[in-house]
Write a protein that binds this ligand. Structure first.
Ligand code: F6P
Length: 327
């Protein structure tokens, strides 16, 4: 056992993700269940530096499990990762008698958490919440499943137009520098190809695929493209092929922030609830500076350093399945 935890701080940071509220609810209720006080910090690290902090009781997290976004608000703060920024944050933690911090967020937010824990020796537990699913040490991040379903729903709708007008669509999805959303939505929506940053884009293969598809059985094609400088995005790719194939009716659709919104799926609510309870359990067991993960449907712990520094690869098997099924 480590030192006793009487009061935790909790914040959401970085890009909002559906299920962040479910995780906040779970951490809050589980802490209170274990007689630990909860102080909610608004606007992520920004609010930690400015002292926007309020004690939460069980009723403060009522009626939020189904809500997208984050009721705590979120922010991306450049100042926080400076020595001065972290010192301000530390002062507020001391002032509020917060013994440990739970950070709900993605790669950048957990990177900030790791820096703070090292600079000021604060026990921190991270809960992975990002639609990008790009954190090492967990099969899934909160929000990813909801975003994936939103994308698939959008692609199904776009396919109606693609079919009716016999068009070739390049649909760009988020993911920052990770291809999980593009690859898995391509699989689930039956797209002809997925262009992801983890794989060099072989224009020739794409040309062949499109050519064969249009010439043979298919009268429309859908290509899912990850946003990223590596892929060139949907617009860049479409431009390249448009000049080459003037006979094809090419359209681009960039799904944008619609992917981050909406009510979380049951799956995201469940992993958020499990991870929230696991975060409090971990703190009570004396674990420090770790991220909660779910691997093979079991709760796991990984050091924050590994979670933010190691690379999570996309599964080669999925790439293979997508390619086989797109003939
Ligand atoms: O990390 C989540 C994410 O939605 C990425 O997929 C995307 O690249 C980025 O955030 C967009 O950030 P913002 O909303 O700040 O433009």
């Amino acid at each position: 056992m480590g030192q006793a935890i009487n009061c935790i701080g909790i914040l959401t940071s970085g890009g909002d993700a559906p299920g962040m509220n479910a995780a906040l609810r779970s951490v809050t209720r589980s802490a209170i269940f274990n007689k630990i006080r909860v102080k909610a910090i608004y606007r992520g690290y920004l609010g930690l530096m400015t002292g926007e902090i309020k004690e939460f009781h069980t009723e403060d997290v009522s009626n939020i499990i189904q809500r997208g976004g984050t009721i705590l608000k979120s922010a991306r703060s450049e100042e926080f990762i400076t020595a001065e920024g972290m010192a301000k944050a530390y002062e507020n933690l001391k002032k509020e008698a917060i013994d440990a911090l739970v950070v709900i967020g993605g790669d950048g937010s957990l990177h900030g958490a790791n820096m703070l824990s090292r600079a000021h020796n604060i026990p921190i537990v991270g809960i992975p919440a990002t639609i990008d699913n790009d954190l090492y040490g967990t099969d899934l991040t909160i929000g990813y499943d909801t975003a994936l379903n939103t994308i698939v729903d959008a692609v199904d709708k776009i396919r109606d137009t693609a079919n009716s007008h016999e068009r070739l669509f390049f649909i760009e999805v988020m993911g920052r520098d990770a291809g999980f959303l593009a690859l898995n939505s391509a699989l689930a929506a039956g797209a002809e190809a997925a262009i992801i940053p983890e794989r060099e884009t072989h224009l020739n293969q794409l040309r062949e695929l499109i050519h064969n598809g249009f010439r043979k059985s298919k009268n429309s094609s859908i290509v899912l493209v990850s946003e990223s400088d590596t892929t060139g995005g949907a617009t860049g790719l479409a431009e390249k092929l448009r000049t080459e194939y003037p006979e094809f009716d090419i359209r681009v659709s960039i799904l944008g922030h619609i992917q981050r919104g909406g009510s979380p799926t049951a799956f995201d609510r469940i992993i958020a609830s499990r991870m929230g309870v696991a975060a409090i359990d971990a703190l009570m067991d004396g674990l420090r500076n770790i991220m909660i993960g779910v691997v093979d449907n079991k709760i796991t712990h990984v050091s924050l350093t590994k979670a933010v520094n190691l690379n999570k690869p996309v599964a080669e098997e999925l790439i293979g399945v997508q390619q086989i099924l797109s003939i």
